[in-house]
Design a protein around this ligand. Sequence first.
Ligand SMILES: [Zn+2]
Length: 241
Amino acid sequence: MNTKVTCLDVRRALGAEPQRRDAWILEHCKTCAQCAVFLQDMTALGTRLERALNIEVPKDLEARIVFRAEFRPVERRRTYSWLAAAAAVVLAIGIGFGVWQYQQNSPAMLGKALVARVMNPTESAALDPDRPVIRDASYVTNVLSQAGIGMRGSMDDISYASADSFRGAMVAHLVVRGRDGPVTVFLLPHVHVRAPTHFNEQGFDGVLLPHGSGSIAIIANNPTPMMPIAHEFMKMVEWSI
Ligand SMILES: [Zn+2]
């Protein structure tokens, strides 16, 4: 069909219809690495948009749209067609951003980010098994209040406490002495998860639990049971912001 397919032809075709798989497109992508990557990106984008757009719509919506379009004066219809196109673009961008944000906030991504924080070399001293327990309860209370967290009662075996910034909001980073070694606890007032989620990253096991408007993460690389620690924190932690 085409004597000479250019990169521009391929990008144009895929830009208009990400799911297009004409023979000439595939043929070009075999020999052009850049277009092959573009094809891959468009496939991923297409699937994500498809998933995002897979929402229930009211049954009569189509009828209502057709009815309105039919009965709108010609003049007005023309004026609004470019507006509708612009709105569709804005909607697509919005959905794309929503999907991106959803992925960033998915429990799996959160687990990954929290384990990265635990493994951060500047905070590795926090996991030193010989770290003494913090005797001064007011120190812990003070750290928690910096992250907008209140605590009913006190915990005996906290060996590390700091208020850190995580994704633009303050969180509490604690380490408690577990049965088989140190256990990291993140109190995340701004992170909401729908259901308890387990994750496993680089030798660390973790669980992310919803707690009111925020969540609590427990992470360890030793077999200390996590749920008793989680429940203890859930009884005591109150989000004050
Ligand atoms: Zn190309």
